[in-house]
Design a protein around this ligand. Structure first.
Ligand code: PRP
Ligand code: URA
Length: 210
């Protein structure tokens, strides 16, 4: 598994505002979307393209367009939904599928409660969006779900991650092509398995359920 951790002062600046417990909900939402667009630039570095011939007002030339099958973007509900607009801004023609997952806050086990994905993902590049990689249980279950449907190239994009989560994801990848793009790699987890220093509960802060 390849891991990229963003290294850009604008990303660090936006993350600082996002982490601040005093940041109001509308600003939090906007920042998640903006950060996603910045991370999408790195995450789509190897998106598949094919040659495409066009004519400029001056001369014919060959550029590129996205190859078929088009990439599949999979936000993990709820919190991943906050990243979707930021991603489709950059890849507007991509297809979107949904996975609903929630982790039990006692056992930390993830449960899948919703799924709306193509039946066959063979040959598809999949981009999974979830702001938080904490224990890694949810994202590991999500990529396993995609592998079981035939995907062989999965890029996970998270705003924050932990070393524990990265290790769990590495095991779940089992030698398959998985790329992880993080806005920042935090110190670790607290006793409630929250990311430290983190930003709190991403879903609650996005949707005002605090
Ligand atoms: C959060 C987050 C991840 C998961 C991370 O979702 O968005 O999906 O927890 O934790 P893990 O790495 O330990 O599995 P949550 O289960 O709170 O659901 P929500 O998005 O509906 O708030
Ligand atoms: N889920 C969150 O939203 N935040 C954390 O810190 C851990 C899991």
């Amino acid at each position: 598994m390849r891991v990229f951790v963003a290294d850009h002062p604008l990303i660090t600046h936006k993350l600082t505002v996002l982490r601040n417990a005093k940041t109001p909900q509308p600003t939090f939402r906007l920042l998640i979307e903006e950060l996603m667009t910045l991370l999408a630039y790195e995450a789509t570095r190897e998106v598949r393209v094919e040659p495409h011939e066009i004519e400029t007002p001056v001369a014919p030339t060959t550029g590129v367009r996205l190859s078929h099958p088009l990439p599949l973007i999979v936000p993990i509900l709820r919190a991943g939904l906050g990243m979707l607009e930021g991603m489709v801004k950059l890849v507007p023609t991509a297809e979107v599928g949904f996975l609903g997952m929630v982790r039990d806050e006692e056992t930390l086990e993830p449960t899948t409660y919703a799924e709306r994905l193509p039946d066959d993902l063979s040959g598809r590049q999949c981009f999974v969006l979830d702001p938080m990689l904490a224990t890694g249980g949810s994202l590991a279950a999500a990529i396993k779900f995609l592998f079981d449907r035939g995907a062989d190239d999965v890029t996970a994009i998270c705003v924050l991650g932990t070393p524990e989560g990265v290790e769990v994801l590495e095991k779940a990848a089992e030698g398959r092509k998985v790329t992880l793009v993080l806005g920042a790699l935090d110190e670790g987890l607290n006793e409630q398995a929250y990311i430290v220093p983190g930003l709190g509960d991403a879903g609650d802060r996005l949707y005002g359920t605090i």
